[in-house]
Design a protein around this ligand. Structure first.
Ligand code: ACO
Length: 342
């Protein structure tokens, strides 16, 4: 029996008898730890500045020969094992990233080969830090429409490959890692109740990697102009992140007729502790409702909420039947919120 006390907005559509739930999650972070003390040796910064302005104490950095597809593969394998799904039964792989192994082919295709999911269609989604929730929403459309029964959604990043290690404004914030979720139709749960996605291309310039596309193809000039690194107006991003995540959260909760106190665990994009606190305050959430692990991983963009969800489950902060609110925000600008009955 699904819980009758929860309003499922999807039940109003012709999805009767169908749910899209997360059967299992998995994550992977590289072994190498880069602490704030290490960064003090690279740029003009201090542990105190980074900790007090961001909450971040350390982040993981992939090995030179470890790529986004490798981290995605490790996370996907863990999720598939826990869901007891044979890779051959995966029908679709959606991989969210802004740091693909290469512009093409899609990193999702590289992962398909590495995990042996040879029957799956595969493509990448590029919505920056919002990519995992965008991926969940896309994946659930395929499940609810009965196109596929098993979809793998992955968020994976090697941000250390596009961070400017001479720019103290940005290099202290980011880390590498991957998280994955297996989406399936499952009985006795509402699963993914709703997901909102939003974007505002008018603010595209406040967070971007200008070089490497057809606008600024790779040339010796583009390299010397440092166009292949991530550029960010931190304060603008900060303000927009708080507003967008709060608005998306309210919209998602309203669709399900839920108040914030019904949510067991809020998992926001792990960008900055001050952003998490501001969003939690505006939503009227208790401190213990808001999950954070950015102290250990920094901002891992598309991987961020996927890794956090995996840790929340592992730590027992989320149990089957609990309601979870995922909140994301990133370059584009893009944002999103998802309500899940775990
Ligand atoms: N160490 C020491 N000083 C620093 C550092 C550093 N690492 N970085 C910046 N500063 C200095 C600045 O130069 C500035 O000095 P000035 O006053 O002499 O000019 C001073 O600190 C204050 O800088 P602010 O930008 O005002 O600092 P703020 O409190 O806004 O914090 C930060 C900056 C942490 C970047 C914050 O704005 C933030 O977190 N923004 C959001 C970033 C984010 O979430 N980005 C990812 C989005 S997701 C995606 O799609 C990738």
């Amino acid at each position: 029996m699904t819980n009758p006390a929860i309003k499922n907005p999807r039940a109003e559509h012709d999805f009767v008898g169908r749910t899209c739930s997360i059967s299992a999650v998995g994550s992977y972070v590289p072994e190498k730890v880069l602490t704030n003390a290490d960064l003090e040796k690279l740029v003009d910064t201090t542990d105190d500045w980074i900790t007090s302005r961001t909450g971040i104490r350390e982040r993981r950095i992939a090995a030179d020969d470890e790529y986004t597809s490798d981290m995605a593969t490790r996370a996907a394998q863990r999720a598939l094992e826990r869901a007891e799904v044979d890779p051959a039964d995966v029908e679709l792989i959606i991989l969210a990233t802004i740091t693909p192994d290469m512009p093409f082919p899609a990193t999702a295709c590289l992962v398909q080969e590495k995990i042996g999911a040879h029957n799956a269609a595969a493509f990448d989604v590029e919505a920056a830090c919002s990519g995992f929730v965008y991926g969940l929403e896309i994946g659930q459309q395929f499940i609810m429409s009965r196109t596929y029964d098993t979809v793998l959604v992955i968020g994976a990043e090697k941000l250390s490959s596009i961070v400017d290690w001479e720019d103290r404004n940005t290099c202290v914030l980011f880390g590498d890692g991957a998280g994955a979720a297996v989406l399936q139709n499952r009985e006795n749960t509402h699963g993914l109740l709703t997901a909102c996605m939003g974007a505002d291309g008018r603010k595209a310039s406040i967070l971007s990697q200008p070089g490497g596309g057809c606008l600024h193809p790779a040339t010796s000039q583009s390299v010397s102009d440092r166009l292949h690194y991530l550029k960010m107006d931190g304060q603008e991003v900060f303000k927009n992140a708080v507003t967008a995540m709060t608005t998306a959260a309210r919209e998602a909760l309203a669709r399900c007729e839920l108040e914030i106190d019904r949510i067991k665990c809020i998992i926001p994009h792990q960008a900055n502790m001050r952003i998490l606190n501001a969003v939690g305050d505006r939503l009227g959430a208790r401190e213990d409702q808001v999950f954070s692990n950015l102290q250990r991983y920094g901002n891992t963009s598309a991987a961020s909420v996927a890794i956090a969800l995996d840790e929340a489950v592992e730590q027992g902060q989320v149990e089957r039947g609990d309601l979870i609110l995922l909140l994301v925000f990133g370059a584009g600008l893009t944002w999103g919120a998802a309500v899940i009955e775990w």
